[in-house]
Design a protein around this ligand. Structure first.
Ligand SMILES: Nc1nc2c(ncn2[C@@H]2O[C@H](COP(=O)(O)OP(=O)(O)OP(=O)(O)O)[C@@H](O)[C@H]2O)c(=O)[nH]1
Ligand SMILES: [Mg+2]
Length: 223
């Protein structure tokens, strides 16, 4: 019998890219900078966002879409720091968000009343790297407890990201982790990568993080 191979993955990815282009067009039109936060599980995406909402929530209208495989725990945590609707996408087992989910979530966001949009992706360093959500940039979080070699082991994620936010800098004294080595490995994978060094617990690097976010706002924004 002859064999017919159907490349479902290619078709699915092509459809995703089409939807992501639509998302990007809507966000650009509305002038809303959008960042897709990606990392291993537990690197500190939600804590960074909780702190950002608490510190910048008065100054900026921040919208959030957060993806989780099974719970809405992160959305509940984030909702404590904002009056805005936090969009929880439960992927039911899928290891990443896709552009269709973001398209649906955007329908419930008043983009004219939004200065900044964060998407917290499902925690892992593999699948989210391949899925365009229509964001301006992926931001990869890299905790000092993860081991310096992660960019070499998961190069696509670090190649796709524009910014690498080191997290848990407060734990640096307790783990064998060289920031110099880790940044060198990351730069081998992506020479354009920018770095920030933070602790969501102690507050290190938050001013630099907020400075980066403010630098991304559209010119129409005035504090
Ligand atoms: N010491 C320390 N702990 C942190 C820091 N950031 C996050 N944590 C802790 O690490 C754990 C995981 O943080 P989360 O913010 O839930 O991580 P996440 O990346 O959102 O996790 P997933 O959504 O499951 O992928 C929590 O117990 C946080 O309190 C940090 O900068 N320093
Ligand atoms: Mg989280």
């Amino acid at each position: 019998m002859p064999v017919r191979t159907i490349d479902v993955r290619e078709r699915v990815m092509a459809k995703n890219d089409e939807l992501a282009a639509g998302v990007r067009a809507r966000l650009r039109e509305a002038g809303v900078p959008t960042f897709n936060l990606v990392s291993s599980p537990g690197s500190g995406k939600t804590l960074l966002l909780e702190r950002t909402l608490a510190d910048l929530g008065e100054e900026l209208d921040i919208a959030i879409i957060t993806g989780d495989v099974q719970t809405q725990n992160d959305a509940d945590r984030l909702a404590r720091h904002t009056d805005r609707l936090v969009q929880a996408v439960v992927t039911n087992g899928a290891c990443h968000l896709d552009a269709r989910q973001v398209t649906t979530a955007l329908d419930a966001i008043d983009l004219d009343a939004t200065d900044l949009l964060f998407i917290e992706n499902v925690g892992n360093l593999v699948c989210p790297a391949s899925w365009d959500l229509g964001e301006d940039a992926k931001i990869v979080l890299f905790s000092v407890t993860e081991g310096e070699d992660k960019p070499a082991k998961y190069p696509k994620m670090f190649r796709e990201a524009r910014v690498c936010v080191f997290t848990k800098m407060d734990l640096l004294a307790y783990v064998p982790f060289s920031v110099v080595r880790a940044t060198a490995i990351a730069l081998e994978v992506n020479p354009e990568l920018q770095f920030l060094f933070t602790s969501g617990v102690r507050g290190d690097g938050m001013d630099e993080w907020y400075g980066f976010l403010r630098s991304q706002l559209q010119p129409a924004y005035t504090p």
